[in-house]
Design a protein around this ligand. Structure first.
Ligand SMILES: *[C@@H]1O[C@H](CO)[C@@H](O)[C@H](O)[C@H]1NC(C)=O
Ligand SMILES: *[C@@H]1O[C@H](CO)[C@@H](O)[C@H](O)[C@H]1NC(C)=O
Ligand SMILES: *[C@@H]1O[C@H](CO)[C@@H](O)[C@H](O)[C@H]1NC(C)=O
Ligand SMILES: *[C@@H]1O[C@H](CO)[C@@H](O)[C@H](O)[C@H]1NC(C)=O
Length: 435
């Protein structure tokens, strides 16, 4: 009996293992199959309303769509940049309506919530769907279910479908201008410095700002430098102005900054050689090169295969002023005159200076604020003797006296063209104010 028993145990074990592995294989097959687009309707026209807002809530307010982008770097997919509740959103489906053959395809999305959520319940997400092989859909709709009526769903235009040649070298992305932003003088100085350094485009995700600031933005939009993306995130979610969650009932960090930055990378992927991710009070100052173009040429030559360049942030406290460049006509303009702040805080022993980035947008998959999360190339730290970030704001090390700070007048190299350019902008924008 014992021999027989052993044999049947063995047979049972083999049998269980075989069935389990067969189930596993077919499960995996089903999994990958389930992401394949399937035709669900034929002989249809595409009729849903086309979404026009920057942030569109889906039914239930747990998923928000910013924009879909075509991405064929790995396989032919539509990647939607969005915001989702990290637990409540389990399934989403892309509905592709192919105008050419009248077919509607549905494919199950892979929902990839970015890892840098910092404890908030909502975070940036990539919603990625395989596209039908035999059609290049121009629009996509998103739904919790593979069933329903597509005519009721908003349609989003899929951007970046056609490869373009670069129209600009550098685009600066400024995420989330908010809180009645009124630092007008510093903003104009930053803009003029970016232009001096070689920037042709600045994209600003604007939540809100002062009336005067609106005038300045209007000037730069007409000039062709600025593109404003409306960012009414607080009409959908309770936003925090802190970057990490403080158990205060807010939904998302820092006005959804991370989502805006990711959108900005994809939005400029086809048109800009480089994308610069920094705040409006930060300027990457080259120390060996006259501008960013020559600096980046040299950095790329020295770092083959690198797509992300990280620059070290240095704080120039706005409380320590120098009398040089106290320009009387500027004193009536709200905001900081950066030319008067040329003392920077020293490095601290156990604190790393945060970094900001210049990236090749075509090599980035997901970005955070101070580093990329996923990219095709390498990242490199740019040494301090090549460039530093001039960041004029409230001090981070208390109110250190002038003697404890380091005098650094790199910015003054640009004084004459900066002053001339700022005066030009002020004369055009401030005169309009008096009317
Ligand atoms: C979604 O939010 C809108 C306002 O933004 C509100 O009117 C609506 O009731 C919300 N829907 C749900 C299901 O919570
Ligand atoms: C801008 O936002 C602030 C709060 O951050 C609010 O007090 C102010 O009314 C808003 N201004 C406009 C013009 O919406
Ligand atoms: C600039 O000069 C004016 C007088 O000419 C003075 O009142 C003001 O405090 C100075 N500002 C700074 C920041 O030094
Ligand atoms: C301002 O720039 C000019 C050249 O453009 C330079 O000669 C001058 O030294 C600069 N001023 C200061 C205070 O650095």
């Amino acid at each position: 009996c014992c021999v027989l028993g052993k044999k049947s145990y063995f047979a049972a074990a083999v049998c269980i293992m075989t069935v389990t592995s067969m189930l596993a294989v077919s499960y995996l097959k089903l999994q990958s199959l389930s992401h394949q687009p399937k035709v669900i309707q034929e002989g249809r026209r595409c009729r849903g309303k086309i979404a026009i807002s920057t942030i569109t809530a889906l039914e239930g307010n747990k998923t928000f769509i910013i924009s879909p982008y075509f991405d064929d770097r790995e396989s032919k997919v539509t990647r939607l940049i969005g915001i989702v509740h990290h637990e409540d959103v389990k399934q989403l489906y892309c509905w592709f309506c192919c105008q050419a053959n009248g077919k509607i395809y549905v494919s199950k999305a892979k929902i990839d919530v970015h890892s840098d959520r910092f404890g908030f319940p909502y975070g940036a997400a990539d919603i990625v769907c395989l596209e039908p092989k035999n059609c290049d859909p121009t629009h996509v709709s998103i739904h919790q279910s593979p069933h329903g009526n597509i005519d009721q769903l908003p349609r989003f235009e899929i951007k970046n479908r056609k490869p373009e040649t670069f129209s600009v070298d550098f685009t600066v992305c400024i995420s989330a201008m908010f809180g009645n932003y009124n630092n007008v003088l510093q903003f104009i100085q930053s803009m003029e410095m970016y232009k001096i350094l070689g920037v042709q485009k600045v994209v600003i995700y604007k939540n809100n700002c002062s009336h005067l600031m609106e005038k300045v933005l209007k000037f730069y939009i007409e000039e062709g430098t600025v593109e404003v993306i409306p960012w009414p995130i607080n009409s959908h979610l309770r936003v925090s102005s802190a970057w990490h969650f403080m158990q205060d009932g807010t939904h998302i960090g820092y006005y959804g900054q991370i989502t805006a930055l990711n959108d900005c990378i994809y939005r400029n992927m086809e048109r800009s050689k480089f994308v610069v991710l920094n705040d409006a009070d930060e300027i990457i100052l080259p120390l060996k090169h006259p501008d960013w173009k020559t600096m980046m040429n040299s950095l790329q030559e020295q770092n083959p295969g690198t797509s992300v360049f990280l620059f070290e942030n240095h704080i120039f406290p706005e409380t320590i002023s120098s009398q040089t460049f106290n320009i009387s006509s500027w004193n009536a303009v709200p905001g900081v005159n950066i030319l008067q702040h040329v003392y920077r805080e020293p490095d601290r022993k156990n604190v790393m200076n945060p970094r900001k980035m210049i990236v090749d947008p075509r090599k980035v998959i997901q970005t955070s604020v101070h580093s990329v999360l996923r990219a095709y190339g390498k990242s490199v730290y740019v040494p301090m003797d090549v460039a530093l970030i001039y960041h004029c704001r409230k001090g981070l090390q208390g109110n250190l006296p002038r003697e404890s700070l380091i005098r650094d007048t790199t910015l003054w190299k640009y004084n004459s063209s900066l002053i001339m350019n700022v005066n030009k902008v002020l004369s055009q924008t401030m005169l309009q104010t008096q009317n």
